[in-house]
Write a protein that binds this ligand. Structure first.
Ligand code: BGC
Length: 364
């Protein structure tokens, strides 16, 4: 009897941690809109998400000795996210993750123009993308559901677009489920822009991390980081991560593509070709933390924080230097609306956009 009672008590306690969601205020935007922060907890991991930009504001994960650290870059205050989140730390990216050349594309014979915010490109949905808006939140089992209705013509994109992003945390898995519908033909490419440093945010660079990417090809770019259209083999190049390789092993190699990207800032063509499977794995030998990325998306932008330059001070006063983190942005290929041969990013009324990416944490 006593043992049974103890087992039940223990089970209830674990259930109390697993799936727990806590809400608190995270301030107000300059126009007075209230922003909340939600804390999601599993037995192993704690994730904090704010309703501004749907940003993963902190992500605490244990190392090989059971010691927890925050493994994503970001800020402590809303003000800093509103004013200074140029790198898109942790944010939901939309309507179009990555670049659209010249900010222009043609759909159904009509040309659409997105304001430029990256030289000659529109990047991550234009100057006021989904990273800059306040999402409506509701609690769901193990997490939260965020909704944003983007009006027809928002940042130049056609169609009223209703986007729902569900963050859930179960065990070692932070799962991000994206859904969307439109009332006019449009294009769409959603992702999450978390910057990971598995040694803990602000704790050195990621050059020692061993990365594996399950892709035999990637999309080479021009000097504006726009794909040339070619799907090039990674074989025999610094882009071959089919076997785990330290990020820093070849990043400074004499390679035209690495020079164009100032390091790795490219889209890999996943071998799984849109079927849900493991896209990438990162192992940090220093902490023993492992991150696996699972997705049903056809591409993965692997970005090594080349544009971080020590001018941003983030959480806990940590200065983010060059390559202080890496991003694994599951996505469709950059500039797809201008590349009819790339997998299509078109969404039409009556269709439902649906995609899932999971970040799984463990240690070795
Ligand atoms: C891009 C980088 C860019 C970063 C922050 C990444 O997705 O590929 O070139 O600097 O986002 O905007």
């Amino acid at each position: 009897m006593r043992v049974a009672a103890l087992v039940i008590a223990l089970m209830t306690m674990t259930a109390g941690i697993e799936g727990q969601v806590k809400k608190e205020s995270f301030g107000k935007t300059p126009d007075g809109t209230a922003v909340d922060r939600y804390t999601l907890k599993s037995a192993a991991v704690e994730a904090r998400i704010i309703t501004f930009g749907g940003i993963v504001q902190s992500l605490k994960v244990p190392d090989k000795n059971g010691k927890s650290a925050d493994v994503v870059l970001g800020f402590d205050s809303l003000q800093e996210y509103v004013d200074g989140n140029k790198p898109y730390f942790g944010a939901i990216i939309g309507r179009y993750g990555n670049r659209i050349a010249g900010g222009k594309f043609t759909l159904d014979g009509k040309t659409f123009t997105i304001p430029l915010n990256d030289g000659t490109n529109a990047l991550h949905g234009g100057p006021r993308g989904f990273n800059q808006v306040v999402w409506r939140a509701k609690e769901v089992p193990h997490g939260i559901e965020l909704t944003y209705v983007s009006p027809d013509g928002d940042q130049g994109f056609p169609g009223t677009l209703t986007t729902v992003v569900r963050y859930t945390l179960e065990g070692k898995d932070l799962r991000i489920e994206y859904s969307a519908t439109t009332d006019r033909d449009t294009v769409l490419n959603l992702t999450n822009h978390s910057y990971f440093n598995l040694s803990g945010q602000g704790n050195g660079d990621i050059l020692g991390d061993e990365v594996k990417i399950n892709a035999s090809r990637y999309t080479p770019v021009d000097q504006n980081l726009i794909p040339t259209g070619e799907l090039a083999a990674v074989e025999g190049t610094p882009f071959d991560f089919r076997k785990p390789t330290p990020v820093g092993a070849r990043i400074n190699a004499d390679d035209d593509q690495l020079k164009k990207g100032h390091g790795y800032d490219h889209n890999w063509v996943l071998d799984s070709a849109g079927k849900s499977s493991e896209a990438a794995e990162v192992y940090d030998p220093a902490s023993g933390r492992v991150l696996q990325v699972f997705t049903d998306q056809p591409g993965l932008q692997f970005y090594t924080g080349n544009f971080l330059d020590g001018t941003i001070t983030g959480k806990e006063g940590k200065v983010y230097g060059r390559r202080a983190a890496l991003c694994l942005e599951t996505q469709h290929f950059p500039d797809s609306p201008n590349h009819p041969k790339f997998p299509s990013t078109e969404l039409r009324p009556g269709q439902k956009y649906h995609t899932v990416t999971t970040f799984r944490f463990s240690m070795r």
